[in-house]
Design a protein around this ligand. Sequence first.
Ligand code: MG
Length: 421
Amino acid sequence: MRIKNIQTAVIESNYDWTIVKIEADNGLVGWGEAFVAPGLTATLREFNAFLIGEDPRDVDRLCRLMRTAVGASGTAGMVYHAISGVETALWDLTGKDAGLPIYRFLGGKYRDRVRIYADCHAGSGLASLSPVLLPRTPSWAMRRKKAAARKTELATKYHGGQMSEAKEVRAHAYARRALEMKRRGFTALKFDVDVPTEFSLDDYNRALTRREIDLMVSLVAALRKALGKDVDLAIDCHWNYGVNDAIRLARACEPYDLMWLEDPIPPENTDAMRRVTAATTTPIATGENQYQRHQFRELLEREAVDILAPDFQKVGGLLEGRRIADMAEIHYLAVAPHNISGPIGTMASAHLCAAIPNFLALEWHAASVPFFDDLVAGRRAPMIEKGYIRVPEKPGLGVEFNEQAAYKYRKPGEAFFGQPA
Ligand code: MG
């Protein structure tokens, strides 16, 4: 089996879902997904120059080839998203060729079902962000409901912006969303608490006012009250705060027994993260901005984190994810993978989550995307049922990308698997 060509398509969803399609000379097709970034598909197409003619089953060696090829561009960042997308497609081909599901190549299964936690944003509906994280209205939504979409766009400022809402209204919206997701069967949820508010005095100094912390804690309290003890709760801060402010927030959240507080401070300074982690009993999670096992090594060895949140469409591939999880296991830490992918990336992550012992829960960010399940063929039921993904036993990923259904959600200006933009 030899690689014949690598093609891409981009689906405009809440994030851009960049799908990788690799055709082999024996007629098999492998699917993968790469984490959103500006300029990503051009990089992916460049890989054709040295991957065509290679045996796709030499997954690890081909990843090394890709890392070497992009070496001058650095050891992290967008080129690693591209490598991750290709790597999953290589595993899909390997599995299909051997007649085995991908998890078999990652060490085999610890569990039949993978626990999913739903990311609930700021309690509101679909917020769509461009690759440079600016709010946008997807072109398919524009076509469907021009007026309504425009209204959404105006109302949306970073994570759904609810500037003018009173504290009680906001808490009520959060609690309502939490109950809805609990009814859908989820046993773990995550909400953003770093929403813009009228209580912020400065957009740049990473400081939290007392009123901001009170507001955030009121949201956490409302969520905990709504969810009771049956549903785990995490909150996300998207790298927004300074060390002391993060510690104040984390300590204020201690009575609510969070599953974790995510990315309280910027991700680059491991010692600063260690100070936050050491100062609170609220578990601190980070990892979605780290690449390759090397960047996770520092986090783990310096005991800077309680829960590791690597993104398997970003870190360099599923096998790299397996290595990162193994390193976390040495420190007796759990892995709760970050995931903003569509169904292809989500299922790829699910195979790995089934295969690692120290798995906690896998993110799902697309609860508000109406066409999530339409993008896969070969499954009758929804991919996520009652808060779990059942790991498929079919060869490879166990799902096929539905090109026909996906076409209407394609991103303008991007090629669709070889069809010009
Ligand atoms: Mg996050």
